[in-house]
Design a protein around this ligand. Structure first.
Ligand SMILES: C[S@@+](CC[C@H](N)C(=O)[O-])C[C@H]1O[C@@H](n2cnc3c(N)ncnc32)[C@H](O)[C@@H]1O
Length: 301
């Protein structure tokens, strides 16, 4: 994915000035289906997290509620926004009484590494259950750092997870589901790897409904939809896929007010003022796209 960028302003400290993302050289491999080719390219040899739009090894839009976005933004603010996204998502998981949590679409495992180092106090059971290991279990395409990548993180697809039935008390996914080509397969796998009574939380950006023209509008304004990297999944399809798989209590909550304005201010800070990523806020304000936290539970027998 080519993201428009320019030299960052007011970044602190100077030495943290982010570098341009390296050029993508890896070709899609035939055994990596059902991962769409654009996803294979974006997360293959390239490290999208090195793009100035992201920071600290995370690759999400950020949760900006606790950050003063009217002041000059720093790179520390940006890292914090992405950590806060994880905090918010993990806090959405009710206690399940167990200690195994799986992350789906974990990037290079930055979140798990950061949680293991964090001294902040958190009440989230999924947080405390995973913060004692350097890498909580995760499934990720492709395998971070090659076949000998971090222990715990396994290569695989959200639609075909390399884990046993009922292995986890919690499953969480941050800003990855907009890439999933088969939501029903993801729903079935989520229900399968959770134990009865286990909880799932899926956070990402989805269309607000399935009205005709949503996908076309997004593809017309945002390159990441035009090139197939992101899929215009209606949020109802995510909820329905989890429910069809047998999960109960499925619900979607918008966290858009904590995401879009801050994300847009950061884009304006490090990217071209009229570059296509500024259109994220536009399609949100048009009522086409929003950011959601979707929760569900595998019923106990
Ligand atoms: C936008 S990044 C988010 C990374 C991380 N969750 C974060 O917030 O920093 C999306 C991640 O999902 C992974 N991904 C995309 N499609 C996937 C799939 N079908 N199965 C597993 N992982 C997938 C990508 O490789 C990438 O690491």
């Amino acid at each position: 994915m080519r993201l428009p960028t320019r030299s960052p302003r007011r970044l602190t400290p100077e030495s943290d000035t982010p570098k341009e993302a390296p050029k993508v050289t890896q070709e899609p491999q035939p055994d990596q289906r059902p991962i769409p080719p654009a996803v294979q390219k974006a997360y293959g040899a390239a490290d999208l997290g090195a793009n100035p739009l992201f920071a600290g090894g995370f690759i999400n839009f950020g949760h900006w509620q606790a950050i003063d976005t009217t002041a000059g933004l720093s790179q520390e603010d940006r890292v914090r926004s992405q950590q806060d996204m994880y905090r918010h998502v993990l806090e959405a998981l009710p206690p399940a009484g167990g200690s195994r949590a799986l992350e789906v679409g974990s990037g290079t495992g930055s979140a798990a590494r950061w949680r293991s180092r964090s001294t902040a106090s958190h009440t989230s059971p999924a947080w405390t259950s995973t913060r004692n290991s350097s890498y909580g279990p995760g499934v990720q395409f492709p395998h971070p750092q090659g076949p000998a990548g971090p222990p715990g993180l396994r290569p695989g697809a959200a639609e075909d997870m390399p884990f046993a039935d009922g292995e986890f008390d919690y499953l969480y996914s941050v800003e990855a589901a907009q890439h999933f080509s088969d939501l029903d397969a993801f729903g079935r796998e989520t229900a399968r790897v959770l134990r009865p009574g286990g909880h799932a939380v899926v956070a990402s950006f989805f269309t607000t409904d399935d009205a005709p023209g949503r996908a076309k509008r997004l593809a017309g304004l945002l390159d990441c939809y035009a090139n197939g990297l992101d899929i215009a999944h209606p949020v109802t399809h995510v909820v329905d896929a989890l429910a069809r798989a047998g999960l109960k209590g499925t619900r979607a909550v918008s966290i858009g007010p904590s995401v879009w304005q801050g994300w847009d201010r950061w884009i304006a800070h490090v990217s071209e003022p009229d570059g296509w990523p500024r259109n994220f806020l536009r399609v949100h304000e048009e009522g086409v796209l929003d950011y959601y936290v979707v929760t569900a539970t595998r019923p106990a027998p």
